[in-house]
Design a protein around this ligand. Structure first.
Ligand code: PHE
Length: 465
């Protein structure tokens, strides 16, 4: 077996794991889901899901990875051995690797959109488009989204960048990028929040986000909030498990997990505060909430002092935030091929990356009325986004929660409590009552909550927009 890489220390792990968690899920998806689920109550359910389900499952994933020091499949095979279920648990790892494969294929398409904005900025076209909101939205929705050649090209470029970063291994690629760019992204968001607080839309935005109206809540919006918590925290498919497998024994798991969950949720909420302040200030009609990041935000950034610079820098940072997430998805799939199939890192990243890139072309071609694949609706879901949103729906709302549920059951019921405790306390102080609390959430709270939601959607039916 090849020697496994390791993070340089706890900071290295935090940066990489937060880099995985923070990405398009926070900046693109969370605001648009909050918009179409009517704010307030959705945000509250989301926060509840992070605390009750996300936090314990993240601890579970990281401890599994660090204990087994393997990819998801190898981890469940090794730790399941001699326990109830035995080798069958390997299937859970495989579910995760497949989810990583699917998510990366369409995530990279949206990540490609950020590259398009960087190219527009370099060509000097972004600023003038952003100054005219209707021109920007026409350009984006009618010109760019429906242009299959551009969609595919940017997606392939982004996949190439992802493969490149993973090719150079754990420390070389991922850590270095995360160390500089994450704090910068945080700084720019903070600056924009301060700016938002001076606008008229700030107070209606805060009301929209933080005053829950439970009448708005439907079974499907609860499922979406929980699915979004899994997606945003990179849980349920072994990304955190894989990163945990590179974590040093002297780093504290409980502390790291709390910090990552906090940072990730903060970023999503900051993004919402910014975007909804803008929407309310300018009384914008949001027809397609899925494009808020690309059509709404630029029109305001451009009006700030040094607008064109801020706008360009912003999309560069979003692109890197997306890259640190795609790298973690790619890492799950390649570490599986490296450990289980015995491939070299180079072969694993190039082959798997190539297959995922080709599969992602289906998603890239699913936008716009005339797009080749826009009419394809898998799983009977009503949607104008075709393959793309069907895959997103399948992965985020079903595969990740299901994976998370089984991970909670594995750590809560199958592993010996002594092993779980030992791993959690390694690099941390002895856990008192917190351990009992964590174990209780993993055994009961998380599985029952997630199980009840999946069950009610399957058997009681739910409406989807
Ligand atoms: N958490 C990432 C984001 O919010 C997406 C992701 C999901 C990454 C699952 C890895 C695994 O953008």
């Amino acid at each position: 077996m090849q020697q496994r890489g390791q993070w340089s220390g706890r900071l290295g792990f935090i940066l990489a794991a937060a880099g995985s968690a923070i990405g398009l899920g926070n900046l693109w998806k969370f605001p648009y889901m909050t918009h179409h689920n009517e704010g307030g109550a959705f945000v509250l359910v989301y926060i509840g899901a992070v605390l009750l389900v996300g936090l314990p499952i993240m601890a579970a994933e990281v401890l599994l990875g660090r204990r087994a020091r393997r990819n998801p499949v190898g981890t469940f095979l090794a730790l399941g051995e001699g326990r109830p279920g035995g080798k069958v648990w390997g299937g859970l790892g495989f579910l995760g690797v497949s989810a990583g494969f699917i998510i990366l294929s369409y995530y990279s398409v949206v990540a490609g959109w950020t590259l398009h904005y960087i190219v527009l900025a370099i060509q000097g076209k972004l600023a003038s488009l952003a100054m005219d909101p209707s021109a920007l939205s026409t350009h984006f929705s009618e010109g760019f989204l429906a242009d299959g050649t551009q969609q595919v090209s940017y997606h392939l470029v982004f996949m190439a960048a992802t493969v490149g970063a993973v090719y150079f291994g754990v420390k070389g690629g991922i850590e270095r990028v995360a160390k500089v760019l994450m704090p910068l992204l945080f700084a720019i968001l903070l600056f924009l929040v301060i700016y938002s607080a001076t606008t008229d839309g700030f107070s209606p935005a805060m009301k929209f986000l933080f005053r829950p109206n439970f009448g708005d809540l439907t079974t499907s919006s609860i499922l979406e909030a929980v699915g979004q918590a899994f997606f945003s925290l990179s849980l349920g498919m072994g990304a955190m498990l894989t990163y945990g497998s590179y974590m040093r024994k002297d780093s504290s798991i409980p502390r790291s997990v709390v910090e990552i969950c906090f940072l990730d949720s903060l970023m999503g909420i900051l993004a919402c505060v910014i975007m909804f302040s803008i929407i309310f200030t300018f009384d914008l009609e949001v027809s397609q909430s899925a494009t808020i990041l690309f059509t709404t935000l630029p029109t305001v950034l451009i009006q700030l002092p040094l607008g064109s610079f801020v706008l360009t820098l912003f999309f560069v940072l979003v692109a890197f935030a997306a890259l640190t997430s795609t790298v973690s998805l790619m890492e799950v799939v390649s570490s599986y091929a490296i450990d289980e199939l015995g491939w070299t890192r180079q072969r694993a990243t190039l082959t798997m990356g190539g297959v995922i890139a080709v599969f992602g072309v289906l998603s890239a071609l699913s936008f716009g009325a005339n797009a080749t694949l826009s009419g394809v609706n898998l799983f009977g879901k009503e949607s104008s986004l075709g393959v793309f949103s069907s895959l997103d729906y399948l992965a985020a709302n079903w595969l990740l929660p299901l994976g998370g549920l089984l991970i909670a059951l594995f750590v809560g019921w199958i592993m010996s409590p002594g092993d779980v405790r030992e791993e959690l306390e390694e690099g941390h102080r002895p856990l008192g009552r917190q351990f009992g609390f964590l174990r209780f959430t993993l055994r009961f709270v998380a599985p029952i909550a997630v199980g009840a939601i999946l069950f009610s959607v399957i058997f009681l039916g739910a409406e989807y927009q």
